[in-house]
Design a protein around this ligand. Structure first.
Ligand SMILES: NC(=O)c1ccc[n+]([C@@H]2O[C@H](COP(=O)([O-])OP(=O)(O)OC[C@H]3O[C@@H](n4cnc5c(N)ncnc54)[C@H](O)[C@@H]3O)[C@@H](O)[C@H]2O)c1
Length: 326
């Protein structure tokens, strides 16, 4: 029995691969990237682009040969700005990639499926706290590809008789191991650490929101907690034909200024900040309500903001000194 992790060479995927391995499980990684033995050590790693011709057939053969019974599907493009610039490519990549994986499951023994969804499906919600029943109105192609993915799973689980869980991640940050830090500067934590390291002031987009200190409020969840949410989803798969959706956040909102204060405290660095105008579409506050995942999967976040920043800082310095997965 093995678990297939698509996108397992990526930031979150690599954490889940290691967490599964720590439980003694066999893991098969499929990723379009050049395999990095340091990142996915002891896993079976296949380089495969899900959009390549014949990918579903290759994947089905791999699933059967390796005895795969569960799939976690991370492989996707995740840049909102890029999705606005190249929307059709985003639909091809994210919707097409999921379609290829689901096509590959037909005729295999796969019974459980976990899908990386996103808080981006909520768009700019009217209420700051969102439950899984809040309206889903994504405001960019990236968010729409995730919502379409959920719809595709609604239909596929019934027709193909497996069980699925979609996890709507909030703002993921931190590192479980110093060599598995987020190598990209796409989220606030890595952007801020990168800028202070380079002696540049972090940029704050708007200090006139209707929030206690005027800056935007988000829900930051530690990647290790997120990895455990995937394990809980795999361990407590529903009935064949079921597709359940869960928010994965902490339920605690953190403002940009609070986050910057924590960065200064953890790193010991002093820095100026640059406040500029809000970005179009940025909501004042988006925070997860997490009652459903706690009630149904027994999961709750255990790491706080300090732990997120401290582990991200350690990983940032590790990447600077040794390269990303030395
Ligand atoms: N990082 C976040 O804050 C966040 C938040 C919400 C949702 N997500 C979702 O979680 C998943 C993982 O995110 P991440 O931060 O680890 O991203 P990442 O970019 O680090 O990892 C994604 C991996 O998928 C691979 N991949 C992409 N397209 C592929 C394809 N066509 N075929 C094979 N491999 C492909 C990439 O090579 C990469 O290794 C994504 O689906 C993303 O949309 C991430």
């Amino acid at each position: 029995m093995a678990t297939l992790v698509t996108g397992g060479a990526g930031y979150i995927g690599a954490h889940v691969v290691r967490t599964l391995q720590e439980r003694g499980e066999r893991v098969v990684v499929v990723d379009a990237r050049e395999p990095d033995p340091g990142r996915n050590r002891d896993a079976v790693v296949r380089r495969l682009d899900l959009l390549a011709p014949g990918s579903a057939e290759q994947l089905r053969t791999l699933i059967i040969d390796e005895g795969v019974e569960a799939v976690i599907h991370f492989a996707a493009r995740k840049r909102v700005d890029e999705s606005l610039a190249r929307p059709v490519w985003y639909y091809e990549q994210n919707v097409g990639g999921l379609a290829a994986v689901l096509a590959a499951l037909e005729g295999t023994a796969v019974e459980r499926f976990v899908f990386s969804s996103s808080a981006a499906v909520y768009g700019s919600p009217e209420e700051s706290f969102v439950t899984e029943l809040s309206p889903t109105r994504p405001i960019n192609p990236y968010g729409r590809t995730k919502l379409i993915g959920e719809w595709m799973l609604d239909d596929a689980v019934r027709a193909q008789s497996f069980s699925a869980v979609s996890l709507r991640y909030f703002n993921v940050a931190g590192a479980g191991w110093p060599d598995l830090g987020d190598p990209e500067t796409l989220n606030l934590v890595t952007i801020v650490l990168d800028r202070i390291e380079r002696g540049l002031p972090p940029v704050v987009f708007g200090d006139d929101f209707e929030t206690p200190d005027g800056s935007g409020v988000r829900d930051y969840v530690h990647v290790v907690d997120l990895a455990h949410a995937h394990i809980a989803a795999l361990d407590q798969a529903g009935e064949p034909g079921s597709h359940r959706v869960f928010n994965v956040g902490t339920g605690v909102g953190t403002s940009v200024f609070e986050l910057l204060d924590m960065v200064a405290d953890v790193t010991g660095r002093r820095f100026e900040t640059e406040v500029i105008a809000r970005r179009a579409g940025d909501p004042a506050a988006v925070v997860a309500r997490t009652e459903r995942i706690t009630a149904e999967l027994g999961w709750r976040a255990e790491h706080d903001l300090r732990s997120i920043i401290a582990s991200a800082w350690e990983a940032h310095r590790h990447a600077r000194d040794h390269g990303p997965s030395a």
